[in-house]
Design a protein around this ligand. Structure first.
Ligand code: ADP
Length: 196
């Protein structure tokens, strides 16, 4: 089953996607983590995307499609996957279903939109910034970069909520509460989708 996570930066997608993936035995595909790994390992891809990521902008749809296609073609994805951070543009969404169909994974069946007010995500990210500064991680959590990531989210990614609502696969989930509370809501949506 193909599942997509949507939500603003700092909504908790990564944490929740990992828990859901473990519970349902599906691989979690985090494009942000994959790109950060490429940057860390100094690969050719890493070199191409480093500055774009540091500024809070999006890597091109072409580069992302290639990355996601390679990953979804791996044997561990044969039963589907949980996508965390992809698609992030209409272009990415438009090519995703043809890709997953071609790979025999079926269309996206469930889109979990984690709803968290902007004020709350800004607070959460500044908390994360203090932690990650201590660990030398994620320079894209800097204040001005967070502002740019929020702008990019509103402009390019938020329209995907309507896109998937129109296709009747959207489940909006309240992302405010403890990690366990939010997980409970997501798990319920997931259970229903599995039964369908
Ligand atoms: P966030 O915490 O904002 O959700 P991610 O960890 O998912 O961030 O991604 C970090 C950065 O990686 C993004 O700001 C962007 O530059 C790049 N990136 C990740 N996924 C995509 C994507 N699907 N399309 C384009 N760029 C992406």
């Amino acid at each position: 089953m193909m599942v997509v996570f949507l939500g603003p930066p700092g909504a908790g997608k990564g944490t929740q996607a990992a828990r859901l993936a473990a519970k349902y035995g599906l691989p979690q595909i985090s494009t942000g983590d994959m790109l950060r790994e490429a940057v860390g390992a100094g690969t050719e891809l890493g070199g191409r995307v480093k500055a774009i990521m540091a500024s809070g902008d999006l890597v091109s749809d072409e580069v992302m499609l290639e990355l996601v296609e390679d990953r979804l073609a791996k044997p561990d994805c044969s039963g589907g996957a949980i996508l965390d951070g992809y698609p992030r543009t209409r272009g990415q969404a438009a090519t995703l279903d043809p890709l997953t169909e071609r790979l025999g994974l079926g269309e996206v069946k469930l889109v979990l939109s984690l709803d968290v007010p902007e004020e709350e995500v800004v607070n959460r990210i500044s908390g994360r910034r203090q932690e990650s500064a201590a660990m030398g991680e994620r320079d894209d959590d800097k204040q001005e970069v967070v502002v740019e990531r929020m702008r990019v989210y509103r402009e390019l990614t938020e329209p995907l909520v309507d896109y998937y609502r129109d296709r009747s696969v959207l489940r909006q989930v309240d992302g405010v509460g403890t990690i366990d509370e939010v997980f409970g809501r997501l798990d319920e949506a997931m259970r229903e989708a599995v039964q369908q």
